[in-house]
Design a protein around this ligand. Structure first.
Ligand code: NAP
Length: 498
């Protein structure tokens, strides 16, 4: 197997219980676009002939038998494990994966690459670069280093290994924090392939992406050193829809970019953004709990960000990062798209006093609305109202508002509490315009009740798309294909039911 022919390959990891299932899954993976399959023989529960298995697989194979002590399932004796791997090496496997302590059992055989691998499921050791050097001294054809990331600086340290590599290298971090390093190793470094999970059985490979997700979200084949990197930072980040929609738009426009989910804890924010400057990451969408920190981190900020005191967008400039708040502009765009007219002098009641409420209050006030805030906890409502110079309404008097814009910025009605609503259905009128910022579910109880009373309704998906489109424009200078964004969000929400 020629490594340079495999640049940006997708390796499907196959973990099946029988030899015939193994063969079937490998060939299925090739049909779906895998470039290489890793046969995890430690998952097999029956006797098998490795030569027979390899003979029936239609593309390049990598054979691995991971011991229990290394995070695999192999509990039988070491002698038989080495024997099977040696057999694989001479029976047509394109690569074998072996650990340092047994590497001497596998002299070079020109046809089969020897991958010398190191896995650490708890941390990225401080001396990882020394370990890397020691591995290269064994002269394998390829070194693989996979360590668990406890923070984002671990990922950057792992990616730094490529700079000093004398032999081909696959190095990445495991865990959700480590996920971006798997893609960045392909785009910005010279990793020949990335590992993806093809089987339901695979265990103990934290953060490994699912094969079909990688294919549907990322344009792996076209990643290159020139690819511009963007992403979303948050904690948690696993359910974010942003990678799917931004990457779908890059594909649609043929834009050379990749958008990644960065899992950043509250304490890791500043160090992580600094560390990723070396990639560099050109822009971030910012979500809970980092919006205030994003504002503090930015060198420059829009007037709206300064007023709100929080940003959901950071764009790299020649002197640091510029902060924007597209939640605020997205709220206005979503309302204007529906009403098609100026918001000047409209009455607007904001339900809630959290992060999104802040964006809504300042944006609607700026658009000319007569804004009032109403929140379950009066103290938070008072604070927001006094910051923005608007009035408050006590929570138990909210239904006195018989007309105008009602904006739900509370989390009430969000999945899984889909039967809840912050507004009693009896108090909706046809003179209300009900806007729910909650987008999961798409049609909330709040919106259903409002529509039944004859009110105009605006859903949270529209706001989500408008804020993402504004970010897309700030990141790429291109207008976002709104239909692609909408379609991707709706598909994801309907399919995932997250
Ligand atoms: P947040 O800062 O945590 O604020 C939550 C708000 O909900 C607070 O005002 C809280 O009131 C109120 N609340 C929670 N449970 C309540 C209950 N049982 N009864 C009455 N009020 C309740 O959250 P956030 O960041 O502002 O997000 C709010 C919503 O916006 C989320 O549901 C999210 O889905 C949505 N969102 C939408 C978009 C979009 O693009 N469409 C973007 C971001 C967020 P207290 O102060 O009394 O606790």
């Amino acid at each position: 197997m020629k490594l340079n022919e495999l640049r940006n390959g997708v390796c499907a990891v196959i973990a099946e219980k029988t030899g015939s299932q193994m063969v079937q899954s490998c060939n299925h993976a090739f049909n779906l676009g895998a470039h290489l399959v890793e046969l995890r023989l430690d998952f097999l529960e029956e006797e098998f002939s490795i030569a027979e298995v390899l003979k029936n697989i239609s593309g390049p194979t990598l054979v691995t038998i991971r011991r229990k002590s290394d995070g695999g399932l192999w509990e039988k004796d070491e002698h038989s494990r080495i024997k099977i791997l040696q057999l694989a090496q001479y029976s047509g496997a394109h690569a074998i994966d072996v650990e340092a302590d047994c590497f001497h059992h596998f002299p070079a055989n020109g046809d089969c690459l020897r991958i010398l691998s190191y896995h650490n499921f708890t941390q990225t050791p401080d001396d990882i670069s020394l370990l890397h050097k020691a591995f290269e001294a064994h002269r394998p054809e390829l070194v693989k280093i996979a360590c668990f990331a406890n923070n984002n600086s671990d990922s950057v340290r792992i990616l730094d290994l490529y700079q000093h590599a004398k032999l081909p290298l696959i190095a990445f971090c495991m865990g959700t924090i480590g996920f971006p390093s798997r893609i960045l190793a392909l785009a910005k470094k010279q990793s020949p392939w990335m590992y993806t999970n093809f089987s339901d059985n695979l265990v103990n490979a934290p953060g490994i992406p699912i094969f079909k997700d990688v294919h549907s979200i990322y344009d792996i084949k076209n990643l290159s050193h020139e690819t511009k990197v963007f992403g979303v930072v948050g904690d948690p980040i696993g359910h974010s829809l942003s990678p799917a929609i931004h990457n779908a738009c890059y594909k649609e426009l043929g834009y050379n970019g990749v958008y990644l989910p960065f899992h950043l804890s509250a304490t890791d924010f500043f160090a992580a953004i600094e560390a990723y400057q070396s990639i560099p990451v050109m822009g971030y969408s910012v979500t809970i709990p980092h919006k205030e920190k994003a504002y503090q981190f930015a060198t420059t900020s829009s007037d709206l960000v300064k007023e709100i005191g929080a940003a959901n967008t950071l764009v790299k400039t020649s002197n640091g990062f510029h902060a924007e708040n597209t939640d605020a502009t997205g709220i206005i765009a979503a309302i204007k798209n529906k009403l098609g007219e100026s918001l000047d002098k409209r009455e607007a009641l904001i339900l809630g006093a959290g992060g999104v409420s802040r964006a809504a209050v300042f944006a609607l006030k700026k658009a000319g609305c007569n804004v009032k805030v109403c929140n379950r906890s009066a103290e938070r409502a008072e604070k927001l109202a006094s910051d923005a110079g608007v009035a408050t309404i006590p929570w138990n008097q909210r239904h006195d508002c018989k007309s105008g814009l009602l904006v739900n910025c509370t989390s009430v009605g969000m999945h899984p509490n889909e039967n809840d609503s912050p507004w009693d259905s009896n108090y909706f009128t046809k003179d209300h315009i009900a806007f729910d910022t909650v987008y999961n579910p798409i049609e909330t109880r709040f919106l259903r009740d409002a529509a039944q009373a004859g009110a105009i309704v605006i859903d949270g998906v529209e706001m989500f798309v408008c804020q993402a489109a504004a970010q897309f424009n700030l990141f790429t200078s291109f207008n976002a294909p709104l239909d692609v964004m909408r379609k991707t969000v709706l598909e994801k929400l309907r399919r995932n039911k997250i």
